[in-house]
Design a protein around this ligand. Structure first.
Ligand code: B3K
Ligand code: ZN
Length: 887
């Protein structure tokens, strides 16, 4: 396989103005007639037309209605000697029922779906399958009316009717030009929830959510999320819905979360279907985010798209930022907004930071790839969103809105680059620090790796000043041995060490002090920030709100962290102080070779946690976040050499200690929070359910140590009586993760109740495969689960629920001294690769961080990766991941 390079970008040699597609849908043999009006791009030298194809059967090629001579070069269809403009007609067939890759046209539960991003359209017809070729589409779908009563494509339905032999047709015209990756069709037995809404300008729109007949009672939340998304984008950024009809369709077989096809979004059922009996609060909130995300793509992605796939973060980073802001803006108060921010940062730090430190590290705008599907990463998405967020911080919220307005005015209907985006934001804010530092700021797009800030504070009693010295660095990443300094907006505040009160801020040379947080813009390798007018050494609160995606090293004393935890008005840093204390305890425990009975947490930490738990001023959701210990993955990232079993053991010891030491407090917290009344997924009541669930978890864990039967009994009762899935699942989780004997009957009952609810059965599998390992018991269980009649490797959600929950989300169970976890992993990667390379390549990344492992894990992991890499006929996807891992 060969690498595609960003610097090799060349404009297309031909343009496609219109595409007229006719589908005769049949699961075993679908016929596709593709009629295109094309013309030569006069700005590039004359050259043959090369159309992309993949697993197509070619029947006929006509140029201006005449049989044309063509040749095949690999999978490309090549035609020479074409006139400057012409009609090209191509007739092909494909086999959707055998399409297990779920790219292109495939069948799921007797329904046709498509997935074209990034390069799936070439599996439907020969095409210039690249995002800078934008065309107007007319699509006619023909199929058996009984089997496929609903026929959908992008845009507006302009005609429909009957055909002979029980068939019917529907013709769709998309009023907007689009790249091929945004094409979609759906055909099958579906029903829709519908809602008509009126936009600000008085225009009416039809919103539809299509699902299978039994699922209509689970579409209300998705519809509400869609309505909120439409209103929000108009209110916050002045971006209206530009279509008469906006459709969402759910499928249970999907490689990812959802897809923003113009006017016809296709979703994984996981991000559409919810009612209180089947979905947890987390599901509700994910649905809101993903519905928002796909809807926001209608502008950031569809109206303005990417010139090439290296610019993927142009649409993904921006759209993640937009969906994060949407969810925050829907929150009723600052505390709920902070909770959302903390959750987003947690994802960044547990998933993106390791990626940026591992073999797959790449810039937000990569320089090369072998398989683009491998670059739908947390770096492109989440770090990309942080880059956009920093721009907003540098130009202010209003300035950023002006920048977005300019970006869409300037580039509507175009395929553009990350540079174009940054330029528009800067141009709308000519006086800003962003405009002043733009070329340097753009290093966030070109340099991979997580920058580190080493900060150090010195108090000068004589001058009543406090100087923070900050040195930035960034470790080497593949292909980038050295890095230049980044532009880093650093949000800072100071607290009084004795009272914990926030201090006014006066920088050296300023005549007046200000209150609250200050944004200091770092741009040099080393800088000093001096605050004046201070009577004593303050406690610095640095990187408030996580104002940049960096690692901050500051030698806080425990006392300083306790002050921040108790007092910081910035909720993010308040939470962060608790995490730093927990992390410090974990690292000390690991270094001291703690056993499972050594106390790892000191009294001060436990008392501080008790104060947070009992604090009447704090919301339950925030408490739950503070009391959640840093994950095993996050702890492991802080170590040079990782013994995953030791990390697991120490973290479990910490959990056991929190369970016992705060037993009475957990009882109190449960009593206070477990009754949330009639179900509503709002942040306040979901926060209370989360804290009650956490309390039950610790109470069952404490019972494990003491032999007490009361709380496990209560938990089982709770499991049986629960009025919603969140409470029911939390109770089940408490029994399973404490390893209580009552877990077995609860699991059996759960399966019996929900046997017909695929998404709930996914939870049932995932809970078991992700449960804390005790003496190596999880791998045999996982192998058992794979033999369960409900298991299927072909369904991505199901495969993820068992295999990924074990390999990627359960380090204590996966990293076994006997290497059996790695052997299992390599077998599954190879097996999945033959079915669905995208899913396989995702799983392949479970061992990204192998080189950090202690022996015997390290050698065993390397051997397992090498075994996969040695397999002939590996997909490009998996091949790229494992060869980079071994490089
Ligand atoms: N743009 C799609 C992701 C497509 C993934 C292709 N392998 C979903 C999204 O980010 O909204
Ligand atoms: Zn997206």
């Amino acid at each position: 396989p060969i690498a595609i390079r960003r610097e090799d970008y060349a404009a297309p040699a031909y343009w496609i103005d219109t595409v007229d597609l006719t589908f005769d849908l049949d699961p075993a043999k679908t016929r596709v007639l593709n009629r295109m009006q094309m013309r030569r791009n006069s700005e590039v030298p004359v050259q043959p037309l090369r159309l992309d194809g993949d697993e197509l059967n070619l029947a006929r090629v006509l140029v201006n209605g005449q049989g044309a001579s063509f040749r095949m070069e690999g999978e490309q269809l090549v035609i020479d000697g074409l006139p400057d403009s012409f009609e090209l007609e191509i007739f092909t067939t494909c086999c959707p029922i055998k399409n297990t890759k779920l790219m292109g046209l495939f069948v799921s539960e007797d329904t046709f779906f498509t997935q074209c991003e990034a390069e799936g359209f070439r599996r439907i017809t020969y095409f210039l399958d690249r995002p800078d070729v934008m065309a107007s589409y007319t699509v006619t779908l023909r199929a058996s009316k009984a089997a496929y009563p609903v026929l959908l494509s992008n845009g507006n339905l302009v005609e429909q009717g009957e055909l002979p032999e029980g068939r019917h047709f529907a013709k769709w015209v998309d009023p907007f030009k689009k790249p091929s990756y945004l094409f979609a069709l759906v055909a099958g037995k579906l029903v829709a929830r519908e809602q008509r809404i009126k936009a600000r300008n008085g225009k009416e729109h039809l919103l539809q959510v299509y699902v299978r007949a039994g699922d209509l009672d689970k579409t209300e939340h998705a519809m509400n999320s869609l309505i909120n998304s439409v209103l929000w984008d108009e209110a916050r950024f002045g971006l209206p819905l530009d279509l008469d009809r906006f459709m969402i369709v759910a499928t249970s077989d999907f490689n990812m979360g959802a897809m923003e096809n113009k006017g016809l979004n296709i979703f994984n059922t996981k991000y559409v279907l919810a009612n209180q009996a089947t979905a947890t609060d987390a599901d509700y909130s994910n649905i809101e985010s993903v519905v928002g995300h796909e809807y926001f793509h209608n502008w950031s992605g569809d109206r303005v798209t990417c010139r090439d796939w290296f610019q993927l973060s142009l649409k993904e980073g921006l759209t993640v930022f937009r969906d994060q802001e949407f969810s925050q803006d829907l929150c009723a108060d600052a505390s709920a907004r902070a909770v959302k921010r903390i959750e987003d940062v947690r994802v960044l730090r547990t998933a993106q930071f390791p990626e940026d430190a591992g073999p797959m590290a790449h810039p937000v705008r990569p320089d090369s790839y072998i398989e683009i599907s491998n670059f739908y990463t947390v770096t492109i998405y989440e770090k990309g969103a942080e880059v956009v967020r920093m721009m907003q911080t540098l130009v202010g919220r209003k300035g950023f809105e002006a920048g977005i307005t300019l970006y869409f005015e300037r580039h509507d209907g175009q395929a553009v680059t990350c540079d174009d985006f940054a330029q528009a934001i800067a141009d709308a804010n000519p006086e800003s620090e962003l405009a002043r530092l733009l070329p340097q700021f753009k290093r966030w797009y070109s340099q991979a790796g997580t920058p580190r800030l080493a900060a150090h504070g010195v108090y000068d009693a004589q001058n009543r000043s406090y100087t923070l010295s900050v040195v930035q660095s960034c470790p080497p990443t593949p292909g980038q041995p050295t890095k230049e300094p980044f532009v880093i907006p650093l949000n800072v505040g100071l607290l009084d060490a004795s009272s914990g009160r926030e201090l006014p801020l006066q920088l050296e040379g300023e005549s007046e002090a200000t209150h609250g947080t200050r944004t200091v813009v770092l741009s040099r390798a080393g800088e000093q920030i001096t605050f004046t007018g201070l009577d004593a050494e303050p406690v610095p609160s640095i990187l408030r709100g996580f104002s940049a995606p960096v690692i901050l090293d500051f030698e806080y004393t425990d006392a300083q962290l306790l002050t921040l935890l108790a007092n910081d008005p910035d909720p993010f840093n308040r939470w962060e102080a608790g995490q730093r204390l927990g992390l410090r305890a974990a690292l000390n425990g690991i270094a001291a070779l703690a056993t499972d009975t050594t106390p790892v947490l000191n009294d001060a930490y436990i008392d501080a946690m008790r104060s947070v738990l009992r604090n009447p001023q704090l919301d339950a959701a925030f408490k739950e976040l503070v009391l959640t210990l840093p994950s095993e993955t996050y702890i492991a990232e802080q170590l040079d050499v990782v013994d995953p079993q030791r990390v697991h053991l120490v973290r479990e010891a910490m959990r056991a200690q929190l369970a016992t030491a705060l037993f009475a407090d957990w009882e109190w917290a449960y009593e206070q929070n477990h009754d949330t009344g009639a179900y509503s997924p709002d942040p306040t009541s979901s926060g209370r359910r989360a804290l009650a669930g956490m309390a039950l978890n610790f109470l069952c864990l404490a019972a494990r140590a003491s032999g007490d039967a009361v709380w496990p009994g209560k938990t089982l009762q709770r499991f049986k009586d629960a009025g919603n899935m969140t409470d029911r699942f939390n109770a089940l989780n408490a029994l399973v993760s404490s390893g209580h004997t009552l877990a077995a009957q609860a699991l059996a009952r759960f399966h019996a109740i929900f046997k017909d609810e695929a998404l709930v059965i996914d939870k049932w599998f995932s809970l078991q495969a992700g449960a804390p390992d005790r003496g190596g018991d999880i791998l045999p269980l996982v192998k058992q689960l794979m033999k369960h009649p409900d298991f299927s490797l072909k369904n991505p959600n199901r495969a993820r629920s068992v295999i990924f929950s074990f390999c990627s989300a359960n380090p204590g169970a996966f990293h076994r001294p006997d290497a059996a976890g790695y052997v299992f992993w390599s077998e599954r990667v190879i097996e999945l690769d033959a079915i669905n390379p995208q899913v396989a390549a995702r799983l392949a990344r479970a061992l990204d961080r192998w080189s950090k492992l202690a022996e015997p894990y390290r050698s065993a992991a390397r051997e397992a990766i090498a075994r996969v890499a040695a397999k002939p006929d590996l997909s490009k996807d998996t091949h790229e991941v494992v060869t980079r891992a071994l490089a």
